[in-house]
Write a protein that binds this ligand. Structure first.
Ligand code: FE2
Ligand code: FE2
Length: 277
């Protein structure tokens, strides 16, 4: 009897936390068969930091979506419809990761308001304006570049979460990740198909190739900054196999997206001495 009462209390706590989402965007946990946190091991401080940072990358999606929509996506009904769903799903990922982290350890340490400010910074205020100008100048090639980035990011996130599943084994976060990965795979399929269709035009292909080779940086390295990026990737990449997993994203870019000479992850891992040759 006593056990039952304490179970329902922890359930209530979880659903209360669920409503505490950044900027008041409550997205709920309806799609996830959430289990009570008992039986999971708590996250270490370092692991908690990794989860906080990837949750931040997830919730910055709303600002990334502005860029795609401002850069021609709003005029493309298929893209606009996808983007609306995508924002909700990515926000939910960030929120669920925070809940799963909080379910096993010190959730109260995470300052949601500070994270919302960081997410705005990650999106950068100028990006939508730059996207609008770029769209005027290069047309569909901008959206093609955005979708190339989308596919590379989704594939990177999937590989990152697969690494996290292993490194965080036994935690509630590791239990949640396969659910999120399934949704990321659907995002990946959309971006890949859209990029490949937009890149049928030669000019779109050339410009988006150049974008991917010269400007794209893995897992929000350019917006997170090197220190935060290393907190995530430095923790996850400990062996040659770990590095190989992330390098697989480069091969995906070359083989499935057709980006000639793409080595985004390889360059970033080398530059940060994580290449394990
Ligand atoms: Fe996500
Ligand atoms: Fe995604």
């Amino acid at each position: 009897m006593h056990t039952r009462a304490s179970k329902s209390t922890s359930k209530l706590t979880l659903s209360n936390r669920c409503r505490v989402s950044i900027e008041g965007l409550a997205t709920g946990t309806a799609e996830i068969d959430w289990r009570l946190t008992e039986g999971f091991r708590p996250l270490t401080d370092r692991e908690l930091r990794v989860v906080e940072l990837v949750a931040l990358v997830e919730t910055s999606a709303i600002y990334q979506a502005y860029t795609g929509l401002a850069g021609g996506g709003l005029a493309d009904p298929e893209f606009a419809e996808f983007a609306a769903r995508w924002i909700v799903e990515e926000l939910r990922h960030g929120e669920l990761l925070r809940i799963a982290a909080g379910g096993t350890t010190k959730m109260s340490r995470i300052d949601l308001r500070e994270q919302a400010a960081d997410a705005r910074r990650l999106g950068t205020r100028l990006a939508p304006a730059v996207a609008r100008i770029a769209h005027v100048l290069v047309g569909d090639a901008f959206l093609a570049s955005y979708c190339i980035a989308g596919a590379l990011v989704e594939r990177s996130v999937i590989e990152t979460y697969r690494l996290m599943e292993v490194k965080l084994a036994g935690t509630a976060v590791a239990d949640l990740l396969p659910h999120i990965i399934r949704q990321e795979a659907r995002h990946l399929a959309f971006y890949e198909a859209k990029a490949n269709s937009l890149r049928r035009k030669r000019i779109a292909r050339r410009i988006s190739d150049a974008y991917a080779r010269r400007l794209w940086q893995p897992l929000a390295l350019n917006t997170l900054g090197k220190r935060h990026w290393m907190e995530i990737v430095g923790h996850l990449v400990q062996t040659p196999d770990d590095a190989r997993r992330l390098r697989a994203v480069d091969r995906y870019g070359r083989e499935r997206l057709g980006i000639v000479g793409f080595h985004g992850w390889d360059s970033a891992l080398r530059a940060n001495s994580l290449d394990f040759p």
